[in-house]
Each structure stands twice: as structure tokens, then as C-alpha cells.
Design a protein. Structure first.
Length: 162
């Protein structure tokens, strides 16, 4: 699951780190572009010594550059993390979005309401935290099953904190 509870001593706040799933690792990124480069270069072998090589080469290099740019942009846009800190006095959610955008939310856990909207939200099993006069979404990038599991884990922790 793309989230992790940090082990903490009993007197310390509980910490939860969530991140968006990245299906292509940096090593996979390089491998994919390498294999694609080889596949695009194979037809060029027949053009060695022919003027047609100079017509095809810029087009193939432009295709590779476009593919690289698209994959790099996708990786930047999926660079989303959420950090939740839960203690008996305070709950804090810090969301680091794409392009360095940061959003903070804070509430008292005693008044916190954790809601799983089975339908009617932007996604099925929409998980929200309500408190401090605001409603915020938690784990928008998680799968439906992961949001259901996460809700149960947070509820159990909140019972022990209250």
C-alpha cells in the first residue's frame, strides 16, 4: 500500500505518510527510453550512407524528446505526498502537491469526523476529514480498497487517542 505508519514511542504523536503510486521507477524510465531508442534506431540501419537518414533522424529524435518530456511531466504531476500527524491534542494534515504546492490543515481530534462516502464524491469510497471548520480529502490517489482499510486504521487509532 502506498502509505506507511511510522513507528513512534507511546508519548509521541502517530505519523502517517501517504504517497501517490508511481508505476514507472527512475530505472524503468531509463530502461523504457533506452529500449524505445533502440527500436526507433533499427530502421535507420537501412539508411546508413543514404541521404534519407538525415530526413528520418530529426523526426525520430523529436519523437524521443517528446516521449521523454511527457513521461517526465507525468512523474512531476504524480509527485503528491500527504503527511498526517495524530496526537491526543492535535491532528495535522500536510499535503505536498505537484510543483511544490503545499496545503496545511489542522483540527482537534476530539471533534474530528472521519467519513467514507461510498458514492457521490469525485471517486468511489471518498475519504474525508472534517474539523476545524473545514472538510479535507485524504488519500485521493489511493485505491478504493486502500481508502477503506485506511479509514479503519485511523478510526482504531482515534479511539485510543480520545
Amino acid at each position: 500500500m502506498p502509505y506507511h505508519w511510522s513507528p513512534t514511542p507511546p508519548s509521541e504523536p502517530h505519523r502517517l505518510h501517504l504517497w501517490a503510486h508511481q508505476s514507472l521507477s527512475p530505472r524503468g524510465f531509463v530502461g523504457f527510453l533506452g529500449v524505445t531508442s533502440i527500436m526507433l534506431a533499427l530502421p535507420l540501419i537501412t539508411q546508413i550512407g543514404h541521404p534519407g537518414l538525415w530526413v528520418l533522424l530529426p523526426c525520430l529524435l523529436a519523437a524521443l524528446a517528446g516521449l521523454w518530456a511527457a513521461l517526465a511531466r507525468n512523474a512531476r504531476d504524480r509527485a503528491i505526498t500527504e503527511d498526517v500527524t495524530l496526537s491526543a491534542e492535535d491532528i495535522t494534515l500536510i499535503r505536498h502537491g505537484p510543483h511544490g504546492r503545499r496545503q496545511d490543515w489542522q483540527a482537534n481530534p476530539h471533534w474530528l469526523r472521519l467519513t467514507l462516502h461510498e458514492s457521490g464524491g469525485p471517486v468511489p469510497q471518498y475519504l474525508t476529514l472534517s474539523g476545524g471548520g473545514r472538510v479535507v480529502e485524504l488519500g485521493a490517489f489511493l485505491t478504493e480498497a486502500e481508502r477503506v482499510t485506511l479509514k479503519g486504521e485511523i478510526e482504531r487509532l482515534l479511539v485510543t487517542l480520545r
